[in-house]
Every structure is written in C-alpha cells, then in structure tokens.
Design a protein around this ligand. Structure first.
Ligand SMILES: Cc1cc2nc3c(=O)[nH]c(=O)nc-3n(C[C@H](O)[C@H](O)[C@H](O)COP(=O)(O)OP(=O)(O)OC[C@H]3O[C@@H](n4cnc5c(N)ncnc54)[C@H](O)[C@@H]3O)c2cc1C
Length: 436
C-alpha cells in the first residue's frame, strides 16, 4: 500500500460517522483517505463494544438508511447482526467490505498529530505513521474523531461539556457475558417488578433482543457491604437472542474527561475493577447467572461526550424536544435527550412523543471559521442537550454520510462548502430526509 501526497477528502476517525462519510464520498467518485489511530475501524461501535443500535423508526418508517442500512445488511449477511444487536467483529468486517467497494484508502495505526491552516483553509494533516510523521494534503477535511481532534489541533472553535457546569457525561466500560439462562432471568424479572426500572417491558420475546435494567436491592446490598463500587447504580444489559449472551452497559465511571489520556487511563482501570465486581455479584446472587461467565471487556472504555464542534448552527435541546424541522435538513432522528449524570448530577432521559421526529440542518456540519472543514457524529455542532440525542450510532451515521456527500460535491467542483446549495446535498441523500 502506498499513500498519495493529496486526497480530495480526508476523514479523521473511523467510527460509524467516519466510515459513513468515507463510503458516501467514495461512492461519489472522489479520492478518499480515512485515517484511524487504532488498528481497526469502528470507534465506539467496536473499540467500545457498544451495541445495539438505538431506536430510529417512526410510525414503522426507518429514518436512517443509506450507508447505515448497507452496513446492517452486510452484517446480517455475515450472521453478525440479530434484531438491532451486532457483534463488533462483524461491524469491522462489514465496514471494510463497504470501504473497499468504493476504493477508499483506509490508514490504520495512524494518529493525526498536527494540522496546517492558512487563514480559514485547512491545508494538511500530519500523521504519525511507522514511527515518523508524514504530511498529507486534502481539499476537504471531515472531523469524525469523536473528540473534535482535527479542530483542536487546527485551533478551530469547539466546546466541551455542560454550558453552565462544564460537566461531561459518565463513561461506561462495556462487557459481555455468556451462558446466561435468559428464561430464568425473565421469570425473575416478572416476579420482582419493583426491582427494575418502570420503563421495562415484560412481554419478553426471546427471539428478539430484550433489555433488563435494575436489580436495585441486590446492587444496594452489595454496595453497603463494600463488594461493589458505589458508582454502579444498577445493572443493565441487553441479550443477544437465543445465544445466552448479554451485553452489559453497567459500569459507571465518574469525574474523568474522555479526551485526556491520563483520565482515560484512570477510567480503564476503574472500569475493569467495576466489571469484576459486577460479574461476581451476578454469578453469586442473581437467578439465571449461576453458570455464566465473562466473555470479554471492551478494548476501550466507552466515552459519551468530549469536545463538540462550533458550526454555523448548533442543534439544541429545544430542537430535539419540539421536533424542529429545517429547510436544509440532511438527517432525521427520534432519539430524545439522554444524559448519563456525572457526580452530583441527575441523569436525564426525555423521550419524544410517539410518532415525532426532528431534522438536523446541514449548517450544523459546517465548522465556523473554516471554509473546508466539516464535523459529524459524536462531535457535531450542538448544545450539550442536543448532543446527548444526536450522538447515537444511526444518527452519527446519517450526519457522517451527509458530510461525505457535501465534501464530494465541493471537492469535485472546486467550490467552497458554503457555495454548495443545500438542495444539491439533499439530492444525494434523499433516502435519509424523505419518506420512503
Ligand atoms: C457507554 C455508551 C453506550 C452507548 N449506547 C448506545 C446504544 O445503545 N445505541 C447507540 O446507537 N448508541 C449508543 N452510544 C453512542 C454511540 O456509540 C457513539 O456516540 C457513536 O458510536 C459515536 O460514533 P462516532 O463515529 O461519532 O465516534 P467514535 O465511535 O468515537 O469514533 C471516533 C474515531 O476516531 C478515532 N480517532 C480519535 N482521535 C484520532 C486521531 N487523533 N487520529 C486518528 N483517529 C482518531 C477513534 O479511535 C475512533 O475510532 C453509546 C455510547 C457509549 C459510550
């Protein structure tokens, strides 16, 4: 594999947003480089082992299609996706398949370490490759690093955390367990409803993913007896149908900033300690877990929130709650505000009314003070509340895909991003903005 000195579109970070951006730009016929610091693609979807895909249907209509649906179909073809849950391994191989199909150059094991910029124009990135720094030029840059790393290095504007307190959402180290007696788990839940969250549904269909969240008394007792970290507030997992496996979104790591290597180190260690404690409690005390075992912990702790871009528009909590619509809509979502509380901060989950959805404007992808930089996925321009809704995987894919469409249009016609009309972009992604 050889690298060119210049690409039409350079995408930083190969999470679901970056993959979707790169595939879409590649499908539009421009040259694309996708740069990823890890030795594999997927970001939170694989390194963080986050599954399942969050809700993205309204009145039976799927809001996110395009590259996202292609990724789902490829995972299903590989038997790596059941219902809306998937295996990290399948996510990786399905992504490579889509990226290869469009001729996108994927550069792994390569963290960007510097950015050159003249006035409002980003010229190049410096990437640490094979022990030395190389410089690669681009026409349009897309920041899908989750941490707005390109903007940070370029001195472009970004924000972090709650507008008043600066707080960032809690982190969670995902893990998976096997050989769970799911039927026994559901029987216990039905007989002990007060031990679980009131949003739980008890008409369990074991051929589909089921969610179990609570075990309040067991958790409280384990904390009182100092067998469990007090940060763990409840046990939450989703099953993988008919497999006896569960994916646990349970550890709760507070007072760390996921864009700091030092804090992340602390979080990795704290997360693994919590996982060990939770597994012990489950095996010893929870019906259905008697013969279960820990399969794996995620390679990296899950980070919900760090830096976000400052764009021409910031999607707000009000936009989400009111289901606001925009002329320059490039994506739709129906997931509500979901803030996993920090220390001394209450968690919030505010659902949209049934049948309601919001639109995401193109302006929220275009980074202020730059004429050739876009940001999508977890670092999209938004307020903290807006971000908490937009960060989920289907929406991250849709905003990434819209960036890919706009970047390709601008690069192939030698126009600046703001000179491309929104209706031109919409024409390339109609399936994500209009009804089927
Ligand atoms: C604990 C937790 C639970 C969640 N639960 C759900 C859920 O149930 N359903 C759902 O749909 N969503 C869920 N989410 C949200 C969702 O997983 C993420 O917000 C989404 O996957 C973000 O995708 P992304 O592509 O924007 O960013 P990321 O997945 O974070 O990808 C960013 C990529 O950029 C790379 N990168 C960063 N810096 C550099 C650099 N300097 N150079 C090169 N590469 C770099 C990273 O390695 C990474 O691969 C959850 C998130 C967490 C943390």
């Amino acid at each position: 594999m050889t690298l060119k000195n210049e690409y039409d579109v350079i995408v930083i970070g190969a999470g679901i947003a970056g993959i979707s951006a790169a595939v879409k730009a590649g499908r539009s016929g421009v040259s694309v480089l996708l740069v990823e610091q890890y030795g594999f693609v997927g970001g939170m979807s694989t390194a963080g082992m986050v599954s399942p895909f969050m809700k993205h249907e309204v009145n039976g209509e799927t809001l996110v299609r395009g590259v996202f649906e292609d990724l789902e179909n490829e995972m299903r073809r590989q038997n790596g996706m059941i219902d809306n849950g998937f295996f990290a391994n399948s996510f990786r191989s399905a992504s490579y398949h889509l990226l290869k199909e469009v001729g996108c150059i994927v550069l792994l094991h390569a963290a960007i370490s510097a950015v050159t910029k003249t006035d409002h124009h980003v010229e190049s990135i410096t990437v640490f490759v094979s022990g030395k720094e190389i410089t690669i030029r681009g026409k349009v840059f897309i920041d899908t690093s989750g941490d707005a790393q390109l903007l940070f290095l370029a001195g472009l504007p970004w924000l972090k955390g709650d507008e008043k307190t600066g707080l960032l959402q809690a982190l969670t180290l995902f893990f998976r367990m096997g050989n769970i007696d799911i039927a026994k788990v559901t029987e216990y839940a039905k007989a002990n409803k007060k031990e679980f969250f009131d949003w739980m549904e008890y008409d369990f269909d074991l051929t589909k993913i089921i969610s179990v969240a609570g075990y309040f008394s067991i958790v409280k007792k384990a904390i009182q007896e100092q067998r469990l970290s007090p940060e763990v507030q409840y046990i939450f997992f989703t099953t993988l149908p008919e497999s006896g496996e569960g994916s646990f979104n349970t550890s709760n790591i507070l007072e760390v900033d996921g864009s700091s290597s030092l804090d992340l180190t602390k979080a990795e260690i704290a997360g693994r300690r919590q996982v060990h404690q939770v597994v012990t409690v489950l095996r010893n005390e929870v019906p259905g877990f008697e013969n279960s075992y820990l399969i794996e912990t995620a390679p990296q702790v899950g980070v919900r929130e760090t830096r976000r871009a400052v764009g021409d528009y910031a999607v707000t909590g009000e936009d989400i709650k009111r289901g606001n619509k925009f002329d320059d809509s490039i994506a739709r979502g129906c997931y509500g505000i979901d803030i996993h509380g920090q220390k001394d901060e209450n968690s919030r989950m505010e659902h949209l009314a049934d049948g309601d959805y919001y639109e995401i404007p193109l302006r929220s992808l275009i980074v202020k003070e730059a004429d050739n930089v876009l940001a999508a996925g977890r670092c999209i321009s938004s307020t903290r509340e807006g971000h908490s809704a937009l960060r989920i995987q289907p929406t991250s894919s849709a905003t990434g895909e819209a960036c890919g469409a706009l970047a390709a249009l601008a690069a192939s016609s030698k126009r600046e991003l703001r000179a491309v009309g929104y209706s031109e972009v919409q024409g390339r992604i109609l399936y994500n903005i209009t009804q089927k």
